[in-house]
Every structure is written in C-alpha cells, then in structure tokens.
Design a protein. Structure first.
Length: 301
C-alpha cells in the first residue's frame, strides 16, 4: 500500500511539473572551504588565520522565461568557519580597577587558539544559462548573480595560557604571584561567547552539468563560489572594543578572554608606560566559500 501511495504521489508531482512548464523546484547540499577571511598582519606577533570546512543546504526555485535562460532564487543555510593562532607570546597592558584603586594590568598570552563559526540564511538572486534542449541527457549550465547572507548565529571559543601581573604606581610595586588577585600563571584558560555581524553580500557563481533522470527529474552536479563583497564586522568606535583579556574585579581568577574579532591590543604611547593607545586586532572580515554542490530538481520544460 505504501509503495502504491509513493508511486501515485511521484507521478502526480510529475503531472503538476508538466503543467507548470517553466517552473523548476530543487533541493541541494554542498560542501567545501567556507572561511571568514580577515587580516592579522598589523599586529606585532607571529600568527596565522585560516578557514575551515563549510556546508550549504537549501531549496531553490527556477523560472525559465526562455528554454536556455532562467531566474534563480530560494533559501539556504550556510556554515562558515575560521581559526586563528598566536605562535608566539603576545603581551597586552592597560589600566584596570580592582574595586579599590587603579593599577596597570599586564597579561601575556601563549598557546592561543580561537575558532569562529557563523551560520547564515542566504537568499540567492541569480540568472542561469544552460546549453542544449530538454531531450538531451546531459546539459551544461552556468549561474551567476548575488546572494544576501543574514547572520543567524555567530559564536567563538578560545583557549590560552595567561601570565598576569599588576603594577600599583602608588606603591611602586609589581605583583606577580598573588593568584587570588589574578596574578601568576593560569594554564589552559578557556572562554566562549557570541559575535555580532552585519548582513553579507556575495558575488556568486555556479558551474556544472545538468543530468536528465526522467521526464520530470534532473540532477545537477557542479562547483560554486560565494565571494563576500562587504565587511561584516560592525563599524564602531575603537574605544568600544574590549580588551583581549578583561580583569574581573569581582572574581579575579575568572578571566574573560574576548574574541580577536571584537577586541583590541595595546601600543605604548610616547612618554607613557601605561599603554593607553589601543588598536583593533582586525577591522575587516569577509566570508567566502568555494566547493562542490549536488542538486536534485523537479520540473518539466
């Protein structure tokens, strides 16, 4: 009985597709290198940044206003990943408050690693060109246009070893071993949190082969590129950025290690040893992905 129902639904769908001659509906899955590209070269450290595996799943609709030319839209979920590392010890200093007085908080990070993950809802707006005629078992196709990427979820997690100290000017003394005050060596400190990004705009290209399976089904196999055109880091005053490691006066041994995406590092000011000048680790991030895609399409033209 179940087989009969499935067969009836299948041929009913083919009949509907035959009635809507210019329409094609499809579902797809894709995977490849889906990175968040940003530059760390401005900071004085030996570090690296690289993308990770990205995936893309969704559904699309094609309206063919010509046997070889059609409009493409739909919705898809895309995952972007990136990882950054600091291969040498990195030092940062700023004026902090311990609940009673100000002091110079010095921290050195080593074995630092951070991972970022962003999930976007993407809406393609593209044109597709295909060769041949409907009767052909194999047709080549190319699609190009733009995609709008709306961030749904963005997270980071990091890990580092911290060596902290505190200099109190009124005492002219540097505390280095008072762990209850947050000073000393803290190994394997971890943190995680949310990131806030702007809507992304992509230039998108897809190339491949369209295989005719039967009268109402086709299989697309191809490669795609989604190249980000804009910076997704929200612009703002550098003063609003957080320090890479934040001193917690209420709980000095519980550190907040912020993402390099939204934090800053210190530079020594001329004649001022308290490191009051700060620069962002990075002020530009662009998502880009390249990979292979498989699409199952339903329709009859």
């Amino acid at each position: 009985m179940k087989k009969i129902i499935i067969i009836c639904v299948f041929f009913s769908f083919c009949g509907i597709s035959g009635y809507a001659r210019q329409h094609e509906f499809s579902v797809h899955g894709a995977g490849g290198s889906g990175g968040l590209n940003y530059d760390l070269s401005e900071i004085s450290l030996v570090g690296s940044q690289r993308g990770g595996f990205g995936s893309n799943f969704g559904a699309s609709y094609r309206y063919f206003f010509h046997p070889k030319l059609g409009f493409v839209t739909g919705m898809e979920l895309a995952l972007y990943r990136a990882k950054s590392e600091m291969n040498e010890t990195f030092s940062h200093s700023y004026v902090a408050f311990d609940g009673d007085s100000d002091f110079d908080f010095h921290t050195s990070l080593s074995d630092y690693e951070e991972r970022q993950r962003v999930t976007m809802l993407q809406i393609p707006l593209m044109l597709q060109f295909q060769t041949g005629i409907d009767a052909d078992a194999r047709r080549f196709y190319a699609a190009a246009g733009t995609k709008i990427g709306i961030p749904l979820k963005a997270r980071y997690d990091n890990e580092a070893t911290l060596v902290n100290s505190g200099y109190y000017a009124y005492e002219d003394y540097l505390y280095t071993t008072d762990r209850f005050r947050g000073f000393g060596t803290f190994t394997g400190e971890k943190d995680e949190g949310a990131l806030d990004f702007k809507t992304a705009v992509f230039a998108s290209v897809e190339l491949g082969v369209k295989w005719k399976l039967n009268g109402c089904m086709s299989l697309y196999t191809g490669a795609y590129l989604d190249y980000g055109l804009n910076n997704i880091i929200k612009s703002g005053n550098n003063a609003a950025r957080r320090h890479i490691v934040e001193y917690n006066a209420a709980d000095p041994t519980n550190f907040t290690i912020n993402s390099i995406v939204n934090s800053k590092y210190s530079l020594p000011a001329a004649g001022n040893e308290r490191y009051d000048i700060h620069q962002p680790f990075t002020d530009r991030m662009v998502p880009t992905t390249v990979g292979v895609m498989v699409r199952l399409a339903f329709g009859k033209r």
